[in-house]
Design a protein around this ligand. Structure first.
Ligand code: 9MG
Length: 279
C-alpha cells in the first residue's frame, strides 16, 4: 500500500498513527443533481456550503458541475466551465484540497491551472486526452469504474463477476496512468457504486472492498451517500437516508476504504471519530 495520497498541495497519510479515514464532501453546483440539485448553483450559496463543510471537518471538497445521476443528459463543455471556474477561483485558498468531478479533459486542464488539487473522473481516465491533462501535474486522481454512461447505465447492467471485472478495469487504468508518468502515490481507486450496477452488484462490490484494495494496493474511495442502494436497503426517501449513509460509511471503512464521499460531512466526521476511537 502507498503510505500517502499525494493530492496537489496536500499529502494525506494512509498508514501509521496519523492516518484516519478521509472525508470527501460533495459540492454539487448543478441544477439537477438527485438530492441537492439547484441548491448551490449561485456562488454565495456554494461558498456557504463549502465553509460549512470546512467547519465540520472535511478533508477534500469535491466540486461537480455536471450531474451524473442515472438518465441525465450531459452538459456542454462551456456550460461546465462557466459553472465550475468561478467556484474553483473562489475556493482555491480555502485551506482544503479541492477535487473536481469531471470527465472532460479540457475542464481538467482549466481547473488544474486554476489551482485544483485532485481530479475525480467517473470515466476512470479512459480518454488519452484525460491522461495527458493530468500526467504532468501533481494532482491526486480518483479512478472510478462505470459501465456505460450516465444516460443509460442503469437500464440493464450486466457482469459475469462484477468484482473481477471492476478490478481488472481499475488495474488497467492505473497501469496506463503509471505508464504516462503518474506516480502511484497520486492515485486512488473507486468501484463506482451505482454507476451501471444493480443493488446486488453494489453489495458484492461492497463486500469485496478489502479484496480490491489488496489486489491494487491503492487507497479506495467509496461513494454511496444518498444513493438508491441506501434507499433499497432502508426504504427511505432521499431526505431520510442519513442513518443509512452513516451505516454505509462505517461499514466501508471497516472493509478497508480510505476515503468516504458524502453529503453530510459533520455527521460522517463524528461517526468516523467514534469508530476510530473505539475500533
Ligand atoms: C461524481 N460522483 C458521484 N458518485 C460518485 C462516486 O461514487 N464516486 C466518485 N468518485 N464520484 C462520484
Amino acid at each position: 500500500m502507498t503510505a500517502f495520497l499525494e493530492c496537489g498541495r496536500y499529502r494525506f497519510a494512509l498508514e501509521g498513527p496519523e492516518s484516519r479515514p478521509l472525508v470527501m464532501g460533495i459540492l454539487n453546483i448543478t441544477p439537477d443533481s438527485f438530492s441537492d440539485g439547484g441548491k448551490y448553483m449561485a456562488l454565495p450559496a456554494a461558498m456557504e456550503q463549502a465553509e460549512r463543510m470546512i467547519r465540520e471537518g472535511v478533508d477534500i471538497i469535491d466540486i461537480g458541475a455536471e450531474s451524473t445521476r442515472p438518465g441525465i443528459e450531459p452538459v456542454s463543455l462551456q456550460e461546465e466551465l462557466d459553472r465550475v471556474m468561478p467556484v474553483v477561483e473562489a475556493l482555491k485558498d480555502c485551506g482544503k484540497a479541492l477535487s473536481i468531478d469531471t470527465y472532460k479533459p479540457e475542464v481538467m486542464t482549466a481547473v488544474l491551472a486554476a489551482g485544483a488539487d485532485m481530479i475525480n473522473d467517473i470515466a476512470g481516465f479512459c480518454q488519452e486526452a484525460s491522461i495527458r491533462a493530468v500526467a504532468q501535474s501533481r494532482c491526486g486522481l480518483c479512478v472510478m469504474h462505470m459501465q456505460g454512461e450516465p444516460k443509460t447505465m442503469q437500464v440493464a447492467p450486466q457482469y459475469h463477476d462484477v468484482t473481477c471485472e471492476v478490478t481488472v478495469f481499475l488495474e488497467g487504468q492505473v497501469n496506463r496512468l503509471e505508464a504516462a508518468g503518474v506516480a502511484r502515490e497520486r492515485i486512488c481507486i473507486d468501484p463506482g457504486f451505482g454507476f451501471g450496477k444493480t443493488l446486488d452488484h453494489n453489495l458484492a462490490l461492497f463486500q469485496h472492498i478489502g479484496q480490491m484494495r489488496q489486489a491494487l494496493q491503492l487507497p479506495l474511495l467509496v461513494g454511496v451517500s444518498r444513493k438508491s442502494m441506501i434507499a433499497a436497503i432502508t426504504g427511505k426517501d432521499v431526505s431520510g437516508r442519513l442513518a443509512g449513509n452513516l451505516g454505509a460509511a462505517l461499514s466501508a471503512v471497516a472493509h478497508g476504504a480510505a476515503i468516504i464521499r458524502v453529503h453530510e460531512v459533520g455527521e460522517t466526521v463524528d461517526a468516523l471519530k467514534v469508530w476510530c476511537a473505539t475500533r
